[in-house]
Write a protein that binds this ligand. Structure first.
Ligand code: MN
Length: 171
């Protein structure tokens, strides 16, 4: 069985940058939906099988939902309301990250890899590289609060990054 991970903070913890209603719908309905679909599609599989499923499945429905589950499970951990020391290495990529995030067409993700490259993935494709940080730029991640103002959503993200997690991922 696949399991929706609990958020490591409350829905309103990231206000005013990410609002509580968006967080609740994003986590419970969107991520929750990927997990439910995955359980419906693969009733005999579980978390331990995810890597193999992503590497070997040819069923696009399975890949979309497995990817959605993996990407969002990563994403929640990149966020925090605790004041932490930013990573200079990562902050130095901010302008390019923001530019690429803004220009990503359609639904997808932007990531910083362990070797400090900025990459994007479309839909719920899962990055193949080791990831230190990433941002969901699907409209469902920001539309309730920011509507078409993706720039403001991207800028807001930099106020609620879990830098301890980033540091750990860089090691
Ligand atoms: Mn999402």
């Amino acid at each position: 069985m696949f399991v929706l991970p609990e958020l490591p903070y409350s829905f309103d913890a990231l206000e005013p940058f990410f609002d509580a209603l968006t967080m609740q719908i994003h986590h419970d309905k969107h991520h929750g939906g990927y997990v439910k679909n995955l359980n419906d599609l693969l009733p005999d599989k579980s978390e331990a099988d995810l890597e193999e499923i992503l590497a070997t499945s040819t069923d696009q429905k399975v890949l979309n939902n497995a990817g959605g589950h993996v990407n969002h499970s990563l994403f929640w951990k990149f966020l925090s309301n605790k004041q932490q020391v930013p990573s200079d290495k990562v902050v130095s990529l901010k302008d390019e990250f923001n530019k690429r995030a803004l220009s990503l067409f359609g639904s997808g993700w932007i990531w910083i890899t362990k070797d400090l490259k900025i990459i994007t993935t479309v839909n719920q494709d899962v990055p193949k590289e080791k990831i230190v940080l990433g941002l969901d730029v699907w409209e469902h991640a920001y539309y309730l609060k920011y509507q078409n103002r993706r720039t403001e959503y991207i800028e807001a993200f930099w106020n609620i990054i879990n830098w301890d997690e980033v540091e750990n991922n860089l090691k």
